[in-house]
Design a protein around this ligand. Structure first.
Ligand SMILES: NC(=O)c1ccc[n+]([C@@H]2O[C@H](COP(=O)([O-])OP(=O)(O)OC[C@H]3O[C@@H](n4cnc5c(N)ncnc54)[C@H](O)[C@@H]3O)[C@@H](O)[C@H]2O)c1
Ligand SMILES: [Fe+2]
Length: 380
């Protein structure tokens, strides 16, 4: 027996933020990052909230790869404030922090379960519709927490908030979207519903990601990628992810490679690994079942080729072409500030952590530690 449900109510389209005027609340607790405040993006949220007369408390301490101590600080502020709504405004880091704050606050005070509205300001994580929150614990790594009571009650997708996203963050977060879609699509937990959502997300990314990178004023492209991010989030919330995310979490925790960039670097290599196609381009008698799925992805991206082997290779080349168009590093060695010795000496522990990461459990090919080590070496 399988289930598929979308608990989060999604408000989207032009002027979606007007939804905030309708909130009935006395106290609202906003979780966000310092940039959202200093850049004035927060005004887009606070202005419509004026109509509600609610007292607003701002917690703007969120940092990328949210560490557990920030969450604990947020729990304490949230319990002091006891707002009936928590609004998360920002990228995945702000939304994940807010989800964890609500969950832990409820753990301390079982009677406290405010409504959670997530308002993404990047188009990437899909966290606004997922039951995951990825929290860092220093050297120990990044841990995806997952539970149904972390699902946001509402998500508001308004592209006005992503207009200011710089090109490099557009590239990183956009590649996170396509990784979510592809990993969910080939996950051992995939189903027809998650598949439909993932296919649409891939289609939109293929058409609009590089375009949205090239011109941040292209509102149509930005709106499309904002929607694709949410579609991919819905897909992986149902189907889960795979080894790509399991490995990327370690690169984020250890070397602070932005999440989407880490995923992007890994994606071509993980696709090749999962497909298990040998170096020749000749067709084979039998393929792993994920190869057929990758071929569907290729069809959607318009890069189908002679046979399954050349088609998988075409996806790999196409993804790296997209990355080059967006001036992204193709290898970890091209990411500024990472020392080769330090990287190589971290590989074994990263491989162990990646195998334990809950995302890896639904990868279409069961990896061994040696294989993960090999992949970490390949991407250097
Ligand atoms: N919960 C999930 O389902 C899920 C899924 C994937 C990733 N994640 C997690 O989400 C985090 C990454 O989130 P992210 O990629 O959105 O990045 P982020 O939230 O860490 O933000 C990245 C940077 O972009 C800035 N920024 C945010 N909005 C902006 C805007 N509109 N204009 C200009 N700059 C802006 C932020 O201030 C920050 O400096 C990671 O910790 C990752 O592990 C969670
Ligand atoms: Fe991700």
């Amino acid at each position: 027996m399988k289930n598929f449900d979308i608990k989060t109510k999604i408000t989207f389209g032009k002027n979606a933020l007007a939804r905030l005027k309708e909130i009935k609340s006395d106290k609202i607790f906003i979780v966000t990052d310092p940039f959202v405040v200093s850049s004035g993006l927060i005004d887009y949220i606070q202005r419509p909230l004026e109509a509600t007369d609610a007292k607003i408390t701002l917690f703007s301490d969120v940092v990328p790869d949210p560490p557990i101590d920030k969450v604990i600080k947020g729990v304490s502020s949230a319990l002091d404030c006891r707002a009936d709504y928590i609004l998360a405004v920002g990228g995945g880091s702000a939304m994940d922090t807010a989800k964890a704050i609500r969950k832990f606050a409820n753990g301390i005070d079982g009677g406290y379960m405010p409504k959670l509205i997530c308002i993404p300001t990047t188009s990437g994580t899909g966290s606004e519709v997922t039951s995951f929150a990825v929290i860092s614990d220093g050297e120990k790594g990044k841990f995806p927490l997952s539970s149904d009571d972390m699902l946001p009650d509402e998500a508001i997708l308004d592209e006005i908030l992503v207009k200011s996203v710089p090109a490099s963050v557009t590239a990183d977060t956009g590649m996170d979207v396509i990784t979510h879609a592809i990993e969910a699509y080939v996950s051992t937990n995939n189903n027809e519903f998650s598949g439909a959502l993932a296919e649409k997300a891939v289609e939109i990314c293929g058409q609009f990601l590089v375009r949205s990178y090239a011109d941040c004023n292209d509102a149509h492209a930005r709106r499309k990628i904002h929607i694709a991010s949410c579609l991919a989030g819905l897909a992986f919330n149902s189907a889960s992810l795979g080894l790509n995310h399991g490995m990327a979490h370690q690169l984020g925790a250890r070397f602070h490679i932005p999440h989407g960039r880490a995923n992007a670097i890994l994606l071509p290599y993980v696709i090749e690994y999962n497909s298990d196609i040998r170096s020749s381009s000749r067709s084979q008698k039998e393929y792993r079942s994920c190869v057929k799925k990758y071929c569907n992805i290729a069809r959607i991206l318009g890069v189908s080729n002679l046979n399954e082997v050349t088609t998988v290779r075409a996806i790999v080349s196409y993804l790296q072409f997209m990355m080059q168009e967006m001036n992204m590093p193709l290898k970890v060695s091209q990411v500024m500030g990472i020392d080769e010795k330090q990287y190589m000496s971290a590989i074994e522990e990263m491989a162990e952590a990646a195998l334990k990461d809950s995302c890896t459990a639904t990868n279409p090919r069961v990896p061994t530690k040696e294989e993960v080590i090999e992949l970490y070496k390949k991407i250097w």
